[in-house]
Design a protein around this ligand. Structure first.
Ligand code: ASP
Ligand code: MG
Length: 413
């Protein structure tokens, strides 16, 4: 029988009523003839609560015990979902990660999946079980310890199962009805996309559109898993939601598919560093060791052998970045006159696969921002994305103006 993977996020299993509702959706797919693998998150808010308990108990916690605690939310929903299905006379049982066993690396709290053997679950399907309910987000390391895959990790569990079981599709049930051209809370003209290419989704996911964990999209792209983002709160047809798929399956590629933003950005500038070979390595090496996620980088032209180096990172990493730079300065590895942090900036990006074959998108974006009187601090581009760093107070205006200028309200999706 064909296999379908259905993943239910925290809000979709937030209480017993919602679990019943989700189970009914599963029942519909079983009736259609699918063997279903259901991946569940913890009830909404549960993982945060568990993380809070760990921090309160032990601020410098042992990551192995952190994983033992925070993985437990999913165990509860997996069991409850299996019970609910059984009450509906659907043959189902639950599986914790280690029972599958979903094998991972030993990087606790951000483990990577290394293997999902299919024989256990397939054996049960062969005996007539119709639904395997699997606790998302968790696995087992080579040392036999429980691991978790990082926040939002059940998306990745779901896609990995879809890949391993060669599922027809992986449906991600969530509290939004799909992927939008931009955030509808900021721009009322935002439209739901019917289809979006993996690469575009990857850019949007990593740019702060929080629908899917970025790694799940990477995995879907690698194994060509058809991913559908769909609301668990609306009546569903097979065409509902947004299909994240290979670009070959999209008839007309949009030049621009979406405008993404990320609010919590900071811009840091090292003023007057010596412009010599190895200077970038001497700056960004320590930043990376300090766990600072540097995003955009600009090096100015130098004057008299000295230059300014600007980079962006998340606002909550500014203190860490400053410390790393001051330490490197005291160690004599780098030398600068001053370090300046601007924590009131935001990143706005336009994303679209059609940009590859279309000139002029950047020019148009800059013109739109200029017409609105918005100053651009830093620019970066990739083949299918242009990002700018601007003052945060203009972020919403920029998103709306770009959405209008690229006529995204008209995208066919
Ligand atoms: N419950 C975990 C979290 O909140 C994993 C997930 O829901 O994807 O991050
Ligand atoms: Mg999620």
């Amino acid at each position: 029988m064909p296999v379908l993977v259905m993943k239910f996020g925290g809000t979709s299993v937030a209480n017993l009523d919602r679990i019943r509702r989700a189970a009914k959706r599963v029942g519909v797919e079983v009736a259609k003839g699918y063997d279903v693998i259901v991946i569940v998150s913890a009830m909404s808010g549960k993982t945060n609560e568990l993380v809070g308990w760990v921090n309160e108990t032990s601020p410098l916690y042992d990551a192995r015990e952190y994983d033992a605690v925070v993985s437990s939310g999913e165990n509860v929903t997996a069991g409850l979902m299996a019970l609910t299905l059984q009450e509906m006379d659907v043959p189902a049982r639950s599986w914790q990660g280690w029972q599958v066993p979903l094998k991972t690396t030993s990087q606790h709290a951000s483990a990577r999946i290394t293997e999902i053997p299919t024989d256990n679950i397939n054996g049960k399907f062969a005996e007539g079980m119709r639904v395997a309910v699997v606790a998302g987000f968790q696995g087992i390391s080579e040392e036999g310890r429980i691991t978790t895959l990082g926040r939002g990790g059940s998306d990745t569990t779901a896609v990995a199962f879809a890949g391993a079981f060669e599922a027809e599709r992986c449906d991600i049930y969530t509290d939004v009805d799909g992927v939008y051209t931009t955030d509808p809370r900021i721009c009322e003209k935002a439209r739901k996309l019917d289809k979006i290419a993996f690469e575009e989704m990857l850019e949007l996911a990593s740019l702060g559109a929080k629908v899917l964990q970025t790694r799940s999209v990477e995995l879907a792209m690698r194994y060509n898993v058809k991913l559908r983002v769909v609301s668990s709160f609306e009546e569903q047809s097979d065409e509902a939601g947004t299909l994240v798929c290979d670009e070959e399956e999209i008839m007309e590629l949009n030049v621009v598919s979406g405008v993404a933003y990320s609010r919590d950005e900071a811009k840091m500038t090292l003023i007057s560093v010596a412009d010599r070979p190895g200077i970038a390595a001497a700056i960004f090496g320590p930043l990376s060791e300090a766990g600072v996620n540097v995003d955009m980088i600009v090096q100015n032209i130098s004057e008299e052998g000295r230059t300014d180096m600007t980079f962006s990172c998340p606002t909550d990493q500014v203190a860490r970045a400053e410390k790393a730079m001051l330490d490197a300065k005291s160690a004599g590895d780098i030398n600068f006159h001053d370090i300046v942090a601007d924590t009131a900036v935001a990143k706005v990006s336009v994303v679209g696969i059609g940009m590859r074959s279309h000139a002029g998108v950047a020019a148009k974006m800059f013109q739109v921002l200029s017409d609105e009187g918005i100053n651009i601090n830093v620019i970066t581009t990739s083949e299918i994305k242009i990002s700018v760093l601007i003052d945060r107070k203009y972020m919403e205006l920029a998103v709306q103006a770009l959405h209008d200028a690229f006529e995204l309200e008209k995208t066919a999706g």
